[in-house]
Design a protein around this ligand. Structure first.
Ligand SMILES: Nc1ncnc2c1ncn2[C@@H]1O[C@H](COP(=O)(O)OP(=O)(O)OP(=O)(O)O)[C@@H](O)[C@H]1O
Length: 776
């Protein structure tokens, strides 16, 4: 039987029940009654039509398949839409109602159909396992059944085959990369001695900082040792700084080899916005690399000069060849600075999206690059890897040449992708504890001169643990930063050492301490105008002393703002009325850049889409408040100052899901004014793309955006608005992600009591088999 999910989307809505009775007193009696119940769930928005269509499809294929199997299949399919790659039957029996999308926002609860808890009340795990014993539909491994089960200690996981296959492919691809390192047999692993000298050049000698373990240096060493590495850490822990040094290190070691063709390095991120951010920071970091010291420590000038000719002939790609040609002089005279320049030039500062890297094609999930047409690269760095879903990760690994290195960067505690799978989170489940094997610790000592404390060493460490490095010190948020303290307190996992009441108190204490960069706004009711004041002016009075004692990354801490700021820039910096885009392009681009930059200074985030506290309600409320102030004229759909978010990749226009643009009015000889939307080009060039509103197929107003959509972005001042009642969507990860979008200022807006308290205690558990990867 083929991969059935492919065609289901199309006929999901046409699938009808073959039993029209509608009486589902005991929904598990017959397939017809079960399908009727699924219909009711779909009507309520508790289940997707697609999930119900899968159950129908299986029923048609094998009419005798028991209703319990059909129910399991529909629920497994439903989990995919909620980010889980499979259905854990044991967990579902413990809390059956969590398997549906409850509570639906804005649903009226009159005449509710039975919930999974009622339907499954008398079902045991043994019953459910027995119902899945249908070899035509459910397999236990490779084969062609549409469903696959995987047995774990005390439960069973049910997968749709395609997702089971993704997980298998990822496990195998990563294990193959990790195994070499684990056995110490990887030909790519540099000798500890050469590594040590290079690391000293990049980080200084160990004696420089005897009191601190330099996790960034350890991360470089671990990543240099393996063809697969993860560098995880919270905001500002130096992931970018570390990876830039790592790339210089790898390039230097490569150039020191006798066949030292320069490495072909590529940088990528899941969204255009994330790519643009990395673009911005990486270029600056490359400039600060201590390359002269690196070249000297590795004796590179000598070695590169001795076989410059051979190296040039082996250089494959055009751009590298151009670099080498430019450096003819350098090779011949063995100039250190020429070799340093070579290293610098071969670290790319251009970051692409994963879709572009893999070559996405319209109307198909398949990419241009795959196992038979692999990517032409030696090292791939993927930033914001927490946003990479299981399907994308499987595609990426398939397209990666076997000898290429893959380095994932990201914050393991952030929300996972909206799509199924939480690959980075799964891989990093044990990152806090280190779990480095004694032989890894010995190697690290030789390569870095640093001694790992006992608590990070584990004789039972898994191969995967050896490839993961966690950065533990934030260089952006120190002890004086409320944002850093709050993020840490929210992120702290519950356990024996942290009870729920202690966690709640710790968070309260942080607000009570009066940090200069965080504020809390408690709204009395939905008519409270404090929210309007916040979104217009940024609520400066809510903060102490405008950031006393703190400085931003750029040196000067700007005051917190609201949306008045960018709308003011839009009016004040507009080119004169007689300017036109064709002749004064530069002036218009400068204006758009200034408006976009000012817009990035403030952003309202929220958790939900619907309801007064969701994106839709808040967008309406904020637009209303700005209109009352005369800041916008929102009579029509499009108006100057309307900020929009792209919600679907548009390759024709070169716009990516997550890109933000601002609508601006340009003088026009015939119409007087013409609206165009200005988008940053996201390629590091600083160019502006001007797009007619009519050409934008999938955009929405973005005075408020969901925390999910904000991933990979940062805003100088971020306001997180919580709804007035608890909701399962609100989790520790969501609140943490919302807080860490703030660069300098953070405001928490609460419209109801106790919502934050409940949210920070709810942790996402995404079920998958990747966490034990490489366990031998
Ligand atoms: N070892 C260090 N010592 C001092 N400053 C550092 C160190 N490492 C990084 N920084 C500084 O801290 C800031 C954050 O670093 P970086 O951007 O590399 O972190 P990141 O983890 O990539 O951040 P993000 O959360 O944006 O992904 C930068 O200004 C950087 O220069």
């Amino acid at each position: 039987m083929k991969d059935l999910f492919e065609g289901l989307e199309d006929d999901a809505f046409e699938a009808t029940s073959d039993n029209a009775l509608g009486a589902f007193g005991d929904a598990l009696d017959t397939a017809g009654m079960l399908l009727d119940l699924l219909d009711r769930w779909v009507e309520r928005g508790w289940l997707r039509a697609l999930d119900r269509a899968l159950a129908m499809f299986l029923h048609r294929e094998v009419p005798e398949a028991p209703p319990l199997l059909l129910l399991a299949a529909a629920l497994a399919s439903h989990q995919l839409g909620r980010g889980h790659v499979c259905l854990d039957l044991g967990m579902t029996l413990q809390a059956p109602d969590l398997a549906l999308s409850l509570p639906p926002e804005g649903d009226d609860l009159s005449d509710p159909p039975p919930l999974p808890g009622q339907v499954l009340a008398n079902v045991t795990l043994t019953d459910w396992r027995a119902a899945l014993d249908q070899p035509a539909l459910v397999g236990r491994g490779s084969g062609s059944t549409p469903l696959v089960t995987s047995e774990i200690a005390d439960s069973t996981r049910l997968y749709l085959r395609r997702y089971w296959q993704y997980e298998q492919d990822i496990r195998q691809a990563l294990a193959a990369r990790i195994d070499d390192t684990h056995e110490g047999a990887n030909a790519d692993t540099p000798a500890a001695e050469s590594l040590r000298r290079a690391l000293e050049a990049l980080f200084g000698t160990p004696d420089d900082q005897p009191e601190h373990l330099d996790w960034q240096k350890l991360a470089c060493a671990l990543a240099a040792r393996s063809r697969f590495a993860v560098i995880t850490g919270g905001p500002g822990t130096g992931k970018t700084t570390t990876v830039v040094k790592l790339l210089a290190l790898l390039q230097a070691l490569q150039l020191g080899h006798s066949d030292g063709r320069a490495l072909r390095i590529r940088l990528a991120a899941p969204t255009g916005k994330a790519a643009a951010r990395l673009n911005e920071s990486i270029a600056g970091q490359v400039e600060t690399l201590p390359l002269a010291a690196l070249v000297e420590q590795c004796d590179l000038a000598q070695r590169v000069a001795s076989d410059g000719e051979a190296r040039r002939s082996q250089t494959k790609t055009r751009s590298l060849q151009a670099v080498n040609e430019q450096l003819d002089e350098g090779f011949n005279t063995a100039s250190s600075s020429a070799v340093a320049l070579l290293i610098k030039e071969t670290i790319p500062t251009e970051v692409t999206t994963l879709h572009r890297l893999l070559g996405s094609r319209p109307d198909t999930r398949r990419f241009r690059h795959h196992a038979d047409n692999p990517l032409a690269l030696d090292v791939l760095v993927v930033d914001e890897a927490s946003m990479v879903d299981i399907e994308m990760m499987a595609s990426l690994l398939a397209a990666l040449p076997p000898r290429a290195r893959l380095i994932l960067l990201g914050d393991k505690d952030q929300l996972a992708s909206v799509e199924a799978g939480a690959v980075l989170g799964d891989l990093c489940q044990r990152a806090d504890g280190g779990h480095y094997r004694p032989e890894t610790a010995v190697w690290l000592q030789a390569a870095t001169g640093d001694t790992l404390p006992e608590r990070y060493i584990d004789t039972h460490g898994q191969p995967l643990d050896q490839a993961i490095a966690m950065l533990r010190v934030s260089h952006r948020f120190d002890a004086a930063s409320g944002i850093g303290q709050l993020a840490q307190a929210v992120n702290a996992p519950l356990g024996d050492n942290l009870l729920p009441k202690d966690k709640r108190r710790a968070i309260q204490r942080i607000f009570d301490q009066g940090y200069a960069d965080i504020s809390r706004l408690r709204l009395k009711d939905s008519d409270d105008t404090a929210l309007d004041r916040l979104v217009i002016d940024g609520n400066p009075e809510g903060f102490l002393d405008e950031g006393r004692g703190r400085r931003s990354r750029d040196g000067v801490l700007p005051p917190p703002t609201g949306y008045r700021h960018y709308l003011g820039v839009m009016k004040e910096q507009r080119p004169p009325p007689d300017a036109d885009l064709e002749h004064d392009r530069q002036a218009f681009d400068d204006w758009a850049r200034a408006v976009l930059e000012a817009h990035g200074r403030f952003q309202v985030l929220c958790a939900l889409r619907k309801g007064p506290w969701g994106v839709e309600g808040l967008n309406r409320q904020i637009a209303g408040a700005l209109k009352r102030q005369g800041l916008i004229d929102a009579e029509h759909g499009w108006y100057p100052g309307r900020p929009v978010l792209v919600t679907r990749n548009d390759y024709g226009l070169g716009l990516m899901n997550g890109d933000i643009g601002i609508t601006l009015a340009q003088p026009h000889p015939e119409h007087g004014w013409l609206l165009r939307v200005a988008f940053p080009s996201n390629d590091g060039s600083g160019r502006i793309k001007w797009v007619l509103p009519s050409r934008l197929q999938a955009v929405e107003t973005v005075f408020a955006m969901t925390v999910h959509k904000s991933q990979g972005s940062e805003f100088t001042h971020t306001a997180l608005v919580l709804p007035d009642a608890p909701n399962p969507i609100l989790t520790r990860e969501l609140i943490y992600t919302g807080i860490t979008r703030a660069k300098d200022w953070f405001t928490l807006v609460e419209s109801g009591r106790g919502v934050l308290d409940e949210a920070v205690l709810r942790e996402v558990t995404r079920v998958s088999g990747l966490g034990v990867l490489g366990d031998s």
